[in-house]
Design a protein around this ligand. Structure first.
Ligand code: FAQ
Length: 337
């Protein structure tokens, strides 16, 4: 079993390439080439020289993104055995499996930066790495499955379409397929909400209750307000982030309000109003204390989510052992041939 407890982002991961400090005179040509690639929109590839801080930021963001996809299977997984029909169950099963695939593409993209998947997982389990705040909320009714697809996948698309054009090639390419699949996920969520919103009074109430509980946490998914976003400036200079947290959050509001109106549901925000001058919606204050609490481990389901990931890690130890033993056996056979 892999027990390396060093941090992936701190450079402790076993395969992290050695690099001299940034801007050393010997690396000026590489630095210049890197800057030129960014300016010309030429993707940075894993074999290219890159500043150590760029590599570290990518590992942080991509690994956290991968963890989010995997932890994100848990709230919906809760409803696989409770889906109302066989058709709904098979659709949900396919969606949850897609999220597993997204996690795998993203772990693979991060691995091209020289970090191991084991090191990333151990960072998550040791709470050194984050995952999206949204997955620390419970799924209390079937309508929550609709709300997750409609709103959480909807937010994910808004955040991730720009990432298809980010500066790091393997991340950008992984995002293309992920976004296509998220688009199906969003539609299936909206389809669930449509059925409920056109259903009995009780179903309409379920749909409204789900929207009430998910709306604000979904807006928090985009990260802290721009003036508190510690990574944005640098990540935007590097072309890792193409739009600010607040800009993407605003797009989410503008896109979702007409959809809620179509469903006959009300957004739980008394300050929500169309601003003619801006051509966008104004919306109310987000509870950033709640965001910070959830990100720092004190959300409704943080303990449960990490316990599930820890269990999967422990129970998967024999698979990792078996894979290693098989690889060793093959290497020995090749050496002997
Ligand atoms: N939750 O300086 P910034 C999905 C942290 S996938 C937790 O603005 P940055 C698919 C942030 O890490 C959803 N932590 O950070 C799906 C940083 O802390 P650090 C995940 C958050 O990186 C659907 C600190 O706050 N998507 O939904 C959050 O420039 C349905 C300061 O923030 C991605 O990961 C948060 N919400 O911008 C799956 C997309 N927000 O690391 C299953 C890729 C911020 O310095 C079911 N990631 N923090 O210690 C990104 O676009 C960016 O990383 C942001 C944050 C926009 C999330």
């Amino acid at each position: 079993m892999h027990t390396n407890a060093t941090s992936a982002t701190e450079g402790g991961a076993s395969k992290m390439p050695e690099q001299a400090p940034e801007h050393s005179p010997e690396q000026a040509p590489e630095q210049a080439r890197f800057e030129r690639q960014l300016d010309q929109g030429i993707p940075i590839e894993s074999a290219d020289w890159m500043p150590a801080a760029y590599r570290k930021t990518l590992i942080r963001q991509i690994s956290q993104h991968a963890h989010s996809e995997i932890v994100g299977m848990l709230p919906e997984g809760n409803w696989l055995t409770r889906a109302p029909t066989l058709e709904r169950k098979s659709i949900l099963l396919a969606k949850v499996q897609d999220e597993a695939g997204h996690g795998l593409y993203l772990y693979s993209a991060a691995e091209t930066l020289g970090v191991t998947r084991d090191a990333m997982t151990l960072d998550l389990l040791a709470r050194r790495a984050k995952y999206s705040s949204i997955f620390n909320y419970p799924t209390l009714s079937w309508a929550d499955i609709g709300a997750i697809g409609w709103l959480v996948d909807g937010a994910a698309i808004i955040n991730q379409i720009p990432l298809c054009h980010c500066s790091y090639g393997p991340y950008a390419r992984a995002m293309v397929r992920i976004c296509k699949e998220e688009s199906f996920h969003q539609r299936q969520g909206f389809a669930i909400m449509t059925v409920l919103a056109r259903g009995t009074r009780e179903q309409q109430e379920m749909a409204q209750d789900a929207l009430n509980r998910w709306w604000w946490p979904v807006l928090m998914m985009f990260g802290p307000p721009d003036h508190e976003s510690t990574n944005s400036d640098q990540s935007m200079r590097w072309g890792i982030k193409l739009h600010s947290n607040d800009e993407l959050r605003q797009r989410m509001v503008d896109q979702t309000v007409p959809q809620a109106q179509f469903l006959g549901l009300s957004i739980p925000d008394e300050q929500l109003a169309w601003n003619e001058a801006r051509g966008r919606y104004d919306y109310g204050e987000i509870d950033w204390d709640e965001f910070r609490r959830v990100v720092n481990g004190d959300g409704p389901c943080n303990e449960e989510r990490l316990a599930a990931r820890q269990r999967a890690w422990d129970e998967g130890a024999w698979v990792r052992e078996a894979l290693k033993a098989h690889a060793q056996k093959q290497a020995t056979a090749v050496a002997a041939a």
